[in-house]
Design a protein around this ligand. Sequence first.
Ligand SMILES: Cc1ncc(COP(=O)(O)O)c(C=O)c1O
Length: 392
Amino acid sequence: MLEEGLKKQEILKILEEKLKNDFTYESGSILGSMCTEPLEFGKEVYLKYISKNLGDPGLFLGTATLEEELISEIGEIFGGQNIIGTFTTGGSEANLIAMRIAKKLRPDIKKPEVVLPISAHISFDKAADLLGIKLRKAKLKGNYELDLSDFESLINKNTCGVVGIAGTTSLGLIDPIEDIGKIIEGKSIFFHIDAAFGGFILPFLKKLNYNIPPWDFNVKSVGSITADPHKMGLGIIPSGGLFIRDESILQKTGFEVPYLAGGNFKHFHIVGTRPGGTIIAFWAILKSLGIKGFKEIVRRCMVNAHFLAERITEIEGIKLATDPIMNVVGITTENGESICNIEEELRKKNWMLGKFTDFNLIRVVMMPHIVREHIIKFIEDLEKIIKKLKIT
Ligand SMILES: Cc1ncc(COP(=O)(O)O)c(C=O)c1O
């Protein structure tokens, strides 16, 4: 550490130099991320309220009330009433809390298990590891959709929870949530939906007249939903969210911190000190965009996703993994050859996608920062790479 501080201008110059190797959203390079540039107004609001700490909500009662109101408002968008919950650091923390709830609600099960599709996000493996839960992963069918009968066969007397995904990480697919709901009806099994990605797309796709199957609190047995502001909500990074139907779960499973300056309170979250600014910013983002604003953002992402998907079908050697349901375009090889070389070559040209080796696919997440000229340039490079690698 320096003995004497530097001038602001000097510090900013050094920072610019140090961070110049970071990829930027506006360059279009970031094609495989579910995060995007937060809405400008959200950033302004965030900076204004950056010091609010919801780890001690008794000191920030206004912020705490605003969080409750926001959870309830979003809960209504997800088909619920009087929904409770918490904003989190992201989908991983929200999923971890949901898995903890599933385990805590069934103290009678000594070796708790959770059944979920193999396409579930890695955060469930982390949660299972931390909570001592055994995961039972159901297979997918050839079209990457969940094999429901395999899912059902994995449920047994040790099952404390099941998970359905509304917007898979790999392809943006929606599991048959209603069918899973029917399977667990009348059983004391907690049903969690991971809509970390889909949560702030699906309600608007529905309003745009897309045929979206029931995935939210409209399905009677759904107990909780993960939905992340920092993905398609255009919220501040990081901000995730967990939405819970049954109010009594907080009393049954919540943590307590007795020593806080603002007084004791029950809470779900894993972290202690917790940003209020990201939540206030998201409140402002919802107010600013409204349903109309979100619909327009989602519509544009879908138009771009369909544009890319059509181009992919025209390129020999590769094909769509599935028709895009959301703004995720999965690409695989026609002859089953490994997708890894294509992904590596794309990376050399600064197209950052990431690969799903288990499914032999790469995918573009058509986030709001990706515009038509990025896609056209990407397709040109992709075509050249496929020729160079002689993929047929
Ligand atoms: C479906 C799904 N759930 C959970 C997560 C984890 O979210 P986060 O990275 O915000 O922890 C992701 C991340 O991409 C995801 O796609």
